[in-house]
Design a protein around this ligand. Structure first.
Ligand SMILES: [Zn+2]
Length: 141
């Protein structure tokens, strides 16, 4: 996927949220409390609420984004940037491209993404962005 196509698909935070949401739904959501697989999408809390017991599973829950407060767009764009550039991109450069004030959260985010990428051999395949997200949703810890 080239840069133009990518930015058309994911122009804003809402489209990035939708992307992570659909990946999660494709994988299937299992309620931690009762084991049910039926959920409502809770747009206010960006979470899946269990239809049976109401237990809330946030979009970040069970992913490397779990403890992060950074926007979903940061995550998706950084994954894209990291898979685009074969030689890798410095955290300072990504920070500049995202226009974020602080370096540390960006560095930490990239560190987490890299730990997920390390699980795959074919990660530098460009069209692997979607595929990468699959493993991206697995727990990094
Ligand atoms: Zn439940």
């Amino acid at each position: 996927m080239n840069f133009i196509e990518f930015t058309k698909l994911y122009p804003d935070e809402a489209s990035c949220i939708e992307h992570f949401k659909s990946i999660k739904e494709k994988r299937g959501i299992v309620c931690k409390k009762c084991g049910s697989t039926s959920h409502y999408w809770n747009i206010i809390h960006l979470a899946h609420d269990c239809k049976k017991c109401g237990y809330r599973t946030t979009l970040r829950s069970g992913t490397v984004m779990e403890s992060s407060k950074l926007p979903f767009q940061y995550w998706l764009y950084t994954i894209y940037l990291m898979t685009m550039t074969k030689k890798g991109m410095s955290a300072a450069e990504v920070q500049r491209q995202l226009g974020h004030k602080r370096y540390e959260p960006i560095w930490a985010m990239m560190h987490k993404i890299r730990s997920i990428m390390g699980l795959r051999d074919d990660l530098y395949d460009l069209d692997g962005v979607v595929e990468l997200d699959d493993s991206f949703l697995q727990d990094a810890s």
